[in-house]
Design a protein around this ligand. Sequence first.
Ligand SMILES: Cc1ncc(COP(=O)(O)O)c(C=O)c1O
Length: 422
Amino acid sequence: MMSQSRVWHPFTQHALEPAIPEIVRTEGAYLHKADGTRILDAISSWWVVTHGHRHPRIVKAIETTAASLDQIIFAGFTHEPAERLARALVDLAPPGLDWVFYSDSGSTSVEVALKMALGYFRNIGAPRSRIVVMEHSYHGDTIGAMSVGARGVFNAAYEPLLFEVDTIPFPAAGREQQTLDRFEVVSRDRRAAALIVEPLVLGAGGMLMYPPWVLAELKRIAEASGTLLIADEVMTGWGRTGTMFACEQANISPDILCTSKGLTGGTIPLAATLATDAIFQAHYSLDRKKTFFHSSSYTANPIACAAALANVEIWHDEPVIERIAALAALQAAGLQRFHDNLCFTDRRITGTIAALDLGTASPGYLAEIGPKLRAFFLEQGLLMRPLGNVLYLLPPYCVTGAELDRLYDAIEEAGERFGSKP
Ligand SMILES: Cc1ncc(COP(=O)(O)O)c(C=O)c1O
């Protein structure tokens, strides 16, 4: 059946990819294949699934809402799921983020954030356009999102379309001050419009982690130079780093916050960009030229908003934070196993996200080791998607200790099989 497929898959080199498994059902931490076997989803299906696949309350909300509402034009019209969800997001987000703009993916939430920042400065009559980014960042695959992400093999072909940015170094342990000093200089000298960062964990860049105090300092410097801070919480939001949003750990409120992925618990696409009242007010005017000119056809899809509301209710009614704390402890214990294992370096953890680097002669995303590792895990019924030689576990919160043990056993075996000791 698969040989007849006409589907062009994302981030997939079809000439090299073995047969692509067909999934017929999802449940909890598992994907079920057509042949009756199941795969443990150790990466939450690209980081979207939080509580587990198909949480019954979210499924029910989707079914119920679909009985009365489908897409309605969101310019000039509104609906209850969007209104209720916006209020819930404002309550959950760091203080001061009072307005919610809906879109449909992490990338579009970033595009919206960048446009809000530039629109703000233009509308207050002090135009700024320079964006500052952090080395190794990833913010999505649309043109603006790629422009503010790390340049490399992923976007080399599109380089002519990408806009210029200023890059500050990743705040590696012991070199944090260099990052802060550089940001101080560029934010002031370039009169930067915004700094966009993934708070605490840089996902696709290799699960690179930095401490909350650095984020707090970045916010302080941004404020001093009138630069807006955009927190891209697309991956880090909804508990991944141990708190609802990673920004909470630095005790900061960004000016703009992007959320998607776990917003609907990972069931259907939805994104939101939250902004301060100052940014909204800069666009609020009798002058129609000051309108925020952005939309997409599926803005605030009512069924997606209902799924997100059910997700919020789960956060209120179920012990999600306790589950996350328990998972974080299990992850920390799992990593401990590798304390003396010379096949791996740089064990790291933030909340529920654990990562370690496999020692290899040829690191990097395109190194042969990545697909080999992926195939090795899949043979054992485990969905892992190493970033080159970086192995990470970012499972749904329903994963059990026994399931994590299986994953750590497999990682240990992968070290023996593929790793090279220093
Ligand atoms: C931090 C971050 N921002 C943005 C995106 C893009 O999200 P999407 O794939 O939904 O467009 C991702 C996706 O992995 C991400 O990790």
